[in-house]
Ligand binder design. Structure first.
Ligand code: CDP
Ligand code: CDP
Length: 213
């Protein structure tokens, strides 16, 4: 029996993990899961219930999150960025969300992107990629995703604010006790500051071909 193909894509905020993972999945004919959406949906449910993600237990909210939540359109807003990172530091929340991620790859394999896919969720993944870029590059990428217009007078100021926000989230994600953001020892690093999304995909496909020969 051939081993099912599981590809883990981890890295800090706005490095291009989701873009790469989605395109890799399409190229390889695999299902794709954006695991950040599970934490975002948990944070969203807490906010909607009037609970403070910084202080209240989030386990019950994580328990009710499923794949159906992932199509919600209100998960990529700054207050949910923060809420997701806060609930993601609660060990009970992470435990609650392990099964849904592992089951997702059960039948056909999968490409999953997040922070702990190669270290915790699939430590035996066929391929582990760790995608990085400088904080400034990532801030520009996130700002361009959010901004309808790039020609505004306070562009530099807005990018600096986004950079502070993602730096704070990276620091929280990297320093938490459970499943901190870090590269697995056997992860292949792709530094993307000077690569466009096509070039990153091409490099990732080369790594996959090499590692699954
Ligand atoms: O999932 P993650 O937060 O790591 O990043 P993303 O949402 O996939 O990517 C952030 C933005 O960077 C998107 O608008 C991409 O088009 C852009 N981008 C990229 O993904 N890869 C590059 N090499 C350059 C830009
Ligand atoms: O797209 P971006 O990289 O900004 O964030 P995301 O991947 O949607 O993740 C949102 C938050 O969820 C992160 O800041 C992490 O705190 C948390 N997360 C996690 O802890 N573990 C994962 N596998 C995925 C996300």
């Amino acid at each position: 029996m051939t081993r099912r193909l599981v590809i883990a894509v981890d890295g800090p905020a706005a490095a291009g993990k989701g873009t790469l993972a989605r395109r890799l999945a399409e190229a390889l004919g695999l299902p794709y899961l954006d695991t950040g959406l599970l934490y975002r949906a948990t944070g969203r449910r807490m906010i909607d219930a009037g609970q403070d993600p910084a202080t209240a237990p989030a386990e019950a909210f994580a328990a009710s999150v499923g794949l159906a939540d992932l199509s919600r359109t209100d998960l990529r807003v700054p207050e949910v960025d923060r809420a997701a990172s806060l609930v993601a530091s609660q060990p009970a929340v992470r435990r609650m969300l392990v099964d849904v991620q592992r089951r997702f790859a059960d039948t056909h394999g999968a490409v999953l992107d997040g922070r702990d896919i190669g270290t915790v969720i699939f430590p035996d993944a066929s391929v582990k990629l760790f995608i990085t870029a400088s904080p400034y590059t990532r801030a520009v990428r996130r700002w361009e995703q959010m901004a309808a217009c790039t020609d505004v007078p306070d562009r530099a100021e807005q990018i600096a604010r986004v950079e502070r926000e993602i730096a704070a989230r990276d620091a929280a994600d990297s320093s938490r006790a459970v499943a901190p953001l870090r590269a697995a020892e056997d992860a292949v690093h792709i530094e993307t500051d000077h690569l466009n999304a096509d070039e990153v995909l091409a490099e990732a496909l080369r790594v996959v071909a090499r590692m699954t020969r």
